[in-house]
Design a protein. Structure first.
Length: 138
């Protein structure tokens, strides 16, 4: 499974988790039984990392979004923003531009065109607030 496929699987699991009250372990089981989503340890770690930091991520999203309330952000957009910011903050092996590019790519597939612009704007504002990074990371 490619890194892109892993991110897409993470997105699908987080989206499903946002709609259901099931334990994440149950969602993994259902996904694997259905055979539509591959769940390996990387996917589990990413999903559980995002879920463990939801409050922090939502606070950051609210502060860099003109909407200022995550409850006003479409669910798809919110999940993609959470994933990208989580990856930027907690997965230093991932270059910032890759995390942003992947979020934009997934938004082009799962969201509306204006949502892609919104996600790009929030992530752009967030990444410009980060300490200086080398050219390979931006």
């Amino acid at each position: 499974m490619t890194k892109h496929e892993r991110r897409e699987n993470v997105f699908l699991l987080l989206f499903e988790a946002s709609l259901r009250d099931d334990d994440i372990g149950e969602l993994y089981k259902v996904a694997e039984e259905a055979g539509e989503i591959s769940v390996d340890q990387h996917v589990r770690d990413f999903v559980e990392g995002v879920l463990a930091h939801v409050d922090e991520l939502d606070s950051l999203i609210a502060s860099y979004s003109k909407k200022r309330a995550v409850s006003r952000i479409a669910r798809v957009n919110l999940i993609l923003l959470r994933m990208a910011i989580y990856e930027i903050r907690y997965k230093p092996e991932t270059p910032v531009n890759v995390a942003v590019s992947e979020a934009i790519g997934l938004s082009e597939k799962y969201a509306f065109q204006e949502d892609t612009a919104f996600i790009n704007g929030v992530l752009g504002t967030y990444t410009r607030s980060l300490p200086f990074q080398s050219q390979e990371e931006t």
